[in-house]
Design a protein. Sequence first.
Length: 73
Amino acid sequence: MTGHIVLRLDRMMQKRGRSLNWLAEQVGITNVNLSKIKNNKVSAVRFSTLAAICEALECQPGDILIYVREEKQ
């Protein structure tokens, strides 16, 4: 079994002192959709959205995305 990607957007937002409302406005998506991204309730993120998030938060994709290996049973 393969691992999965975990979004750590909440940590970067906290580090930068930015709110969900502020980031949603900067990225051009709704608060509801950004909240889903922030809380790992999505199965995909558009590269254009990821790029806009990185631009707004002055970070790299690797600052908000991590790969988690599945434990072998």
